[in-house]
Design a protein around this ligand. Sequence first.
Ligand SMILES: Nc1nc2c(ncn2[C@@H]2O[C@H](COP(=O)(O)OP(=O)(O)OP(=O)(O)O)[C@@H](O)[C@H]2O)c(=O)[nH]1
Ligand SMILES: [Mg+2]
Length: 375
Amino acid sequence: MSEARTRFTAIGTRNSGKTCYVVGMYYQLITGYKGFSLKSGGDTVSRLENWMDTMDDEVGQNRFPAATSLTEITDYEFKLKYALKDVMTFNWIDYGGSTLNSREDNPQAYYSLKDSISKSATLYIFINGDWLYKTDRGKILETKEDRIKYVKRNARVLNDYLMEFAESHEDNMPPFVFVITKSDVWGPYLEDDEIYDIMKECFSSVMVEGCRAYVVGVSLGKDISDDDYSGDVDPVDMHIPFFIGIYHQFLNFCMYLKSEINNETQRNLQLIHDNTIFIGDRQQEIGKEKSKKNSFFRRLFYDESNVNLCEAQIRESKREINEANNAINSNNDLFMHYKKLMQAVSSQLLRDSSRFCMFENGVEKDFNAEEMIEL
Ligand SMILES: Nc1nc2c(ncn2[C@@H]2O[C@H](COP(=O)(O)OP(=O)(O)OP(=O)(O)O)[C@@H](O)[C@H]2O)c(=O)[nH]1
Ligand SMILES: [Mg+2]
């Protein structure tokens, strides 16, 4: 039983904050968060480290990564650790927002994005936080209706991709995670929980029976935009979208392990049962063979090699029983290991549950990790 590599894809229009999110999440998790930490692998480490330094040291717009070009598809490999031990390797794929409309200009990038979506365990949909309070021309969106209209208009291009994800995962629909960036700037304009109403209205196609969607607001820092973007980097809630993805991944893996383990345990129990009966049979045979020695006439027919054969068969059966018991125990240990990790992630999400919203079958709820009861 081996764990498949996990892939998360981030989609969003240009300037929505996808690349800053990867940097901010890494910034928040590299030094460890509630026992979890992230480590990047491959040649993306130095890129992330440079961006973190630039965000800390520079001011103004130059402190942020440049826009991601159409051909620049970055596959960030991260190792997730818990209590300093490797837990899981996953890939986070970051596309430039222009890829969403590139079917004609750059079919290669476009189809690579589509392929990545179909292979993703979770789809992250980035919503540019600016859309929640002002237009591209800087006009302030005064009412909730204005904001809904503006988000709907700008997010139209994303709907195709949501449908694509839903179609490619029809049998077992993973969650959609809506990440609303730049909460430092839109937060003051919105009523409490208004963001959830807006998202429900704008993405009604996935707020339906059979779908799970999450909505999380994130920011690089509550003061980041102060004095022409010279505020400190201090990521807000950037771990939440990522923890949601890994919670679902662990959950899937535990469900899979549970059904595999049940099947394997059934096979092993049958094997133990058959071998136990066989051992009983062989012991009887030995008894029968040895009883010949007590009879004057049958003594001549006593066959030592038959006793030796039965004893060898008993040893072999006992070895098989041992092996089957070990397999049952080690599968249970593996399951408990992942269940413990999932509990650590879900406990953190439960603690943070007032900071994000979950829509299950279109109904808004607090995250409750209810599905873990099945395990
Ligand atoms: N106030 C504020 N601005 C942010 C935050 N995150 C990103 N930004 C701004 O948003 C801009 C775009 O962020 P990117 O991460 O480059 O956006 P992207 O989605 O990767 O854009 P493309 O690569 O063009 O698709 C940054 O240059 C910042 O100006 C945030 O948390 N708060
Ligand atoms: Mg980018």
